[in-house]
Design a protein. Structure first.
Length: 703
C-alpha cells in the first residue's frame, strides 16, 4: 500500500479589498506581564480564526494567532496593522481553539501565553512568505512509498482484553462517549488493548493520539506502534526532538498526514482534524502536570478534549489516580479491568524486611546497605543467571557532605537545599539551581580534612553492591547516567541484552520497562514518603512500589520464582500490607476515606497563589494584599484563603518562595473566585515593584 501526500489545502478568506477591520490576535505573554487577553490589530482583509501571522508588539514583531471573539482588553493605545500571514498553513481548527480557550480559563492564564507556548518554537523564526517551500519539501518527503511489509500477526487476546477492546470500539460510535479507566495489573496487556483500539480508529479513517508521561517511555511504545502499523504514518512529539523535528511532526499532524501522534504531555495540544481516539498511558503519573509556566494537567485536558471532540478517552494504569478512581465510583467513568497477567503469569511475591531486627551498628559504622536475606536473594539470582533491579529514589553518591568537627554541611548558597555529593565527578551539585562546585579538600569553615558523606544515593549504592557481589555486572540508570544523547537507550539495550546482572536506579527504572530477565526487585528504604507533609505522598509511594514490583516476573516461565523485597522500618503500615496483597482496591478505599474525612482532594478543590522575590517579606506582603482583595469579591464567603506560608522548598536560585492556599468544596466556586480575582492580582503586581513573579497553580500536585 502506498500513501501519497496531498497538497495542503487552506480555506481561502475573501480577498477583495475592504476598509480596515479589527482582528483579535493572541500573542505570547507570561502571566505576570499583565497582558490578559488577545490584542486588537487592523487588517485590510478578513482573516479566519486560527490563522497564524506576525504582528508588531512594541519594537519587535511576534508570532500570533487570530482568535475568535475571545474576551480581552485592548492594551494598545492605537491599533496597528497585522504583518505577514502564514497563508500556506490551514487555520487551526475550531476545536483546537476551544481546547485552548478552556485550558486558559481553567488554569487562569492568557490564551496567548498558552496557545503560543504549545506551538513549535521554529515557527517564530520562519518567514511566513517562504513557509510554502518547507511544506513542499515535507509533501515530497511524505509522498515516498510506505513500507510494503505486511502487518504482523496479532497475538491472541485474553477474554478481559477482548472485552476492553470491544467496549472502546463500541464507544467510538457513541455520540458522547464517557472516559474509560483501563485498570490493569502490570504485564496484563494494556498496550495490546491500546493497539487494537488504535487499529479500530485508523480503520474508520480517524487519527489516534497516545500520551505517555515521560520521554524515556516513548521509544518503547513508539516501537510497538511502528511494528503494528508499518503502513501508517506516526509522529512523535516530545522535548527530545530537535527544533526541526518538532516542527516537522507538528506540520504532519496539522496537515492531517499523521495517523498516529505519540508523545508526552505537550502532545495533548497536537492539531488533529480527524481525531478518533485518545489514550493516556500511566494516567496516574505526576509528570502529566506541567510545573512551569502554564501549569496544566495533560491528563485532565485529554479528558476534556475527548468530550469536546466526542471521541473515547482511555486512561490506563495499574495504579489509577484517586481522582480517576472516584470518578469510576461516581459513575462518571467506565472501568475496564485486566486482573491477570498475559499468559496467566503470577504477580511477584512481595516480602517485607523489618530493618528494626538488625543489630545496631557500632559508633562510627554505617548500617548495612542490604539486609542479609535480601543479599542472599540477589546472590541466588546471580547463580541462576537472572537479573535483579535495586531501586533507590535518590541519585548521586550521598545527599550531603558533613564535617564532624564543626558541623558544616554542603548546603547550597542559592537554595534551601543540600548540594549532593557526586563522587565520580568529585563535585557538589545542587539539583534545583544546577550550581556545581568541586569538592573542597577540607572543611570550608574549620579546615578539618576529614569531611564525610552522609546518607546514600544510587552512585554509592552501585559502589557498595560491587563490593558485596564481586564479579557481578552492575549497571546504573538515573538522571546522571542518562544525561547524554542516546545514553538512556544504550543502557536499556544493555539490560535487555542480558549484559547487566544487577540494575541500580531511581524511579526512572520502575516505569513501563519490559525487562524480561528480571526476577527480583529490591526497594531500599522507601519509608520517608510514609510521613511526608504532602498528603499525596502515600498515593505516590504505593504507585511507585507497585510499578517497581511490576518489573519482576514478566516472563511467564520465571514468574513463579519472582519476588520483591521492601526494606522498611514500618512493615505493619497499611500501605505495605496492601502492597503485599497487590490490593489497589483496598488501598484506594482507605486513602479516599482519609481524604474525605480531612476534606482533601478529590473531595475539595485547591489552588495555590505563589510569589517569588529576593526578599521573602515582599512576597508575603503581595500575598497578604491579594488575600485582602479576595475577601471583597462576590462568593468569597464560600472559599477559604489561608495565610501565606513559605513553600516547602522556600528558596531556589536566590529567590524566596511564599505561597497561599485557596480551598473550596466546589470547583465552580473556586473558578469563579479565581476569575474575578485576576484583575486585582495584575494591579497588585504593578504596585509591588520588587516582586520577581507570581503565579496561580490550579489543582496543585503538592502543597
Amino acid at each position: 500500500m502506498t500513501v501519497a501526500a496531498e497538497a495542503p489545502t487552506t480555506p481561502t478568506p475573501p480577498t477583495a479589498p475592504t476598509a480596515p477591520v479589527t482582528v483579535r490576535v493572541a500573542i505570547e505573554a507570561p502571566q505576570h506581564s499583565g497582558l490578559i487577553g488577545p490584542l486588537d490589530y487592523l487588517s485590510t482583509a478578513p482573516l479566519l480564526p486560527g490563522q497564524l501571522l506576525r504582528v508588531p508588539l512594541g519594537r519587535r514583531e511576534v508570532l500570533g494567532i487570530v482568535w475568535h471573539g475571545a474576551a480581552g482588553l485592548d492594551e494598545l493605545p492605537s491599533k496597528k496593522p497585522v504583518g505577514a500571514v502564514f497563508d500556506s498553513l490551514p487555520p487551526l481548527a475550531p476545536n483546537w481553539l476551544a481546547l485552548l480557550d478552556f485550558a486558559a480559563a481553567y488554569y487562569q492564564r492568557s490564551v496567548g501565553e498558552l496557545a503560543l507556548a504549545v506551538l513549535p518554537p521554529e515557527l517564530r523564526r520562519i518567514d511566513p512568505l517562504q513557509l510554502s517551500r518547507r511544506l513542499a519539501r515535507l509533501a515530497k518527503l511524505l509522498a515516498r512509498p510506505m513500507p510494503a511489509d505486511p502487518a504482523p500477526a496479532l497475538p491472541a487476546l485474553a477474554a478481559a482484553q477482548a472485552d476492553a477492546v470491544q467496549a472502546i470500539t463500541l464507544a467510538m460510535a457513541e455520540a458522547a462517549p464517557v472516559p474509560m479507566l483501563l485498570q490493569g495489573v502490570t504485564g496484563s496487556g494494556k498496550t495490546e488493548v491500546y493497539l487494537r483500539a488504535a487499529a479500530a480508529a485508523l480503520d474508520a479513517g480517524k487519527q489516534a493520539l497516545v500520551l505517555v508521561p515521560e520521554i524515556n517511555l516513548t521509544p518503547q511504545l513508539e516501537a510497538r506502534f511502528a511494528e503494528r502499523f508499518p503502513q501508517r504514518r506516526m509522529v512523535a512529539m516530545h522535548s527530545g526532538l530537535t527544533p526541526a523535528q518538532r516542527l516537522a511532526s507538528w506540520l504532519q499532524a496539522a496537515l492531517g498526514q499523521a495517523d498516529i501522534v505519540l508523545g508526552t504531555r505537550l502532545s495533548v495540544f497536537a492539531p488533529m482534524t480527524r481525531l478518533g481516539l485518545i489514550v493516556v498511558d500511566e494516567e496516574h503519573d505526576p509528570s502529566y502536570k506541567q510545573q512551569e509556566g502554564a501549569r496544566y494537567s495533560a491528563r485532565d485536558l485529554a479528558v476534556y478534549r475527548g468530550r469536546l471532540e466526542r471521541v473515547p478517552v482511555v486512561l490506563g494504569s495499574a495504579t489509577p489516580s484517586l481522582e480517576s478512581w472516584l470518578r469510576v465510583v461516581q459513575g462518571r467513568y467506565q472501568r475496564l479491568r485486566l486482573d491477570q497477567r498475559v499468559g496467566d503469569g503470577a504477580l511477584p511475591r512481595v516480602r517485607l524486611f523489618d530493618m528494626g531486627v538488625l543489630p545496631r551498628p557500632a559508633a562510627g559504622e554505617l548500617p548495612p546497605v542490604l539486609a542479609p536475606l535480601v543479599l542472599q536473594s540477589l546472590r541466588e539470582r546471580l547463580g541462576r543467571g537472572e537479573q535483579s533491579l535495586v531501586f533507590l529514589n535518590r541519585r548521586g553518591y550521598a545527599p550531603v557532605l558533613h564535617c564532624g568537627a564543626c558541623g558544616w554541611k554542603s548546603g547550597c548558597p542559592n537554595c534551601s537545599a543540600w548540594r549532593v555529593f557526586h563522587k565520580r565527578e568529585r563535585t557538589l551539585r545542587c539539583h534545583h539551581c544546577a550550581l556545581v562546585e568541586r569538592v573542597p579538600r577540607a572543611c570550608p569553615d574549620c579546615g578539618n580534612l576529614d569531611i564525610a558523606a552522609l546518607g546514600q544515593g544510587t552512585e554509592r549504592l552501585e559502589e557498595q553492591l560491587a563490593g558485596l557481589l564481586p564479579g557481578a555486572r552492575i549497571g546504573r540508570l538515573d538522571a546522571d547516567t542518562a544525561r547524554g544523547q542516546g545514553e538512556l537507550q544504550s543502557r536499556l539495550a544493555q539490560v535487555h541484552a542480558g549484559d547487566v546482572d544487577v540494575l541500580v536506579g531511581t524511579q526512572m527504572v520502575t516505569k513501563g520497562h519490559d525487562f524480561r530477565r528480571v526476577t527480583l526487585v529490591v526497594a531500599v528504604n522507601p519509608d520517608s514518603a510514609l510521613f511526608a507533609a504532602d498528603f499525596r505522598a502515600p498515593e505516590r509511594l504505593f504507585a511507585l512500589l507497585m510499578q517497581a514490583a511490576g518489573r519482576a516476573g514478566r516472563d511467564a516461565d520465571a514468574a513463579a520464582r519472582s519476588e520483591v523485597w521492601v526494606q522498611t522500618w514500618h512493615p505493619q503500615h497499611a500501605l505495605y500490607q496492601a502492597l503485599q496483597r497487590h490490593d489497589m482496591d483496598a488501598f484506594a478505599a482507605s486513602q479516599l476515606a482519609e481524604r474525605q474525612g480531612a476534606g482533601l482532594p478529590p473531595y475539595s478543590h485547591l489552588a495555590l497563589l505563589r510569589a517569588e522575590a529576593r526578599d521573602a517579606a515582599l512576597a508575603t506582603d503581595f500575598l497578604r494584599a491579594a488575600a485582602a482583595a479576595a475577601a471583597d469579591l462576590p462568593g468569597a464567603e464560600a472559599v477559604m484563603v489561608y495565610p501565606p506560608v513559605p513553600a516547602t522548598l522556600n528558596k531556589i536560585a536566590g529567590m524566596e518562595r511564599v505561597q497561599m492556599l485557596i480551598e473550596a468544596s466546589s470547583r465552580a466556586r473556586l473558578q469563579a473566585l479565581l476569575a474575578a480575582w485576576m484583575p486585582a492580582l495584575h494591579g497588585l503586581r504593578r504596585s509591588h515593584k520588587g516582586l520577581a513573579r507570581w503565579a496561580i497553580d490550579v489543582d496543585p500536585l503538592a502543597i
